[in-house]
Ligand binder design. Sequence first.
Ligand code: SF4
Ligand code: SF4
Length: 419
Amino acid sequence: MKIAEQDETIALCNRCGFCQVACPTFRATGHESGVARGRVALLRALNEGRLEWSEDLEGPLFACLLCGACTTNCFPAVPTADLIVDAREEYLDKVGRKRIHTLLFDQLLPYPERLRRVAKAVALGKNSGLSSVARALGLLRIFGRDFPKSEKIIGRMPGHALRERFPAGALQGRGSDLNIGYFVGCGMEIMNPVAAEASLDLLREAAREVHVLDNACCGLPAGSYGDREAARRLAARNLEIITAQSLDLIVTDCSSCASFLKEYPALFDEGDGLHEESKKVASKVRDMVEQAVSFPPPMIEEAEPIIVTYHDPCHAVRGQNLVEPPREVLQSLSGVEYREMPEADWCCGGAGSYALSHFETAMKVLERKIDNVEKAGANVLATSCPACIIQLSYGVRRRKLPIRVCHLSELLRERLPRT
Ligand code: SF4
Ligand code: SF4
């Protein structure tokens, strides 16, 4: 919806400032422009004609993490993140988009095979210290203007992608009658194939068949950027792939993908056939975090004792209200002592590729998160979003902390019996 049509929602903000305590970018920068109240004020100024749509808006509009924490701390529940996405969409229409994003959303993310090839080239450059070559080829520019600084966030890149070892198709399961579709998140496929393999193996314990889907990107990066058209195209493509199978559940181990798949109906107008189709699909989507609760109880008796803490990805805790399931699962595992960290639901600053374009702010947000991780005194930090894993791993590496960062699925796979 256009910002000009959202006067009523914008007027809900009474300027109380309660959002300041919850907003990671405000706590990192201390700038009024970096908090929900300031962001809503900017939109109000646009509507009142005190500001023009121009390139000057790019900074304030795209510096929001879209974490949603402000809304949970706001008495009238102003949906700042949704307003910002609408404003970004209008910005792209009125001011223009970068060619690099058109390339990313139209030429790369819809085609998993292309994405895998590019990731391989980037991995080759990064792992062999030849990233300057890859940069010269123009491959790294797609990741944002702060790439030279943020390159170090990513340690070594995996040498293979998940679907190179497990191509799209059916895998025999060892479990019940469930027919499960495994939705492959780009981040899990490219950056964390080992954890994705753990998820697949767990799903095979629970299902009669697991279908590795030939899906493309879920569309969240395009949707968050404000390119809803690109997000819709990706969603339509994925819906076609998902509905070609007779699936009882669609499970993904990326909380961001799970949250966006559940939001697919909002991308299509009521009356559009894809709206109804996406509602049916959304009702079958499960985040691995919630699906894991149904896995068998632990039976390994001599598991090495570990102390685990959990970081809530924004798209799990606020996107899907998944607070208890990951904790329940972790507390049920053999040898695990679970310790809650302070502010576990506070954004880590990963936010997709946020660090690649807002490196300094992302690092300040990360510092606070890692302070809290240290307070928990754990030696394992589990979570369920590949972008969070990359960001948190960097935070831990940077401070040289003896803490393993991993996906929840990896811990489960290690501590649940195999049949
Ligand atoms: S966004 Fe909400 S919490 Fe922030 S100033 Fe406005 S009403 Fe208050
Ligand atoms: S969505 Fe997050 S970063 Fe954006 S204004 Fe709200 S709390 Fe701040």
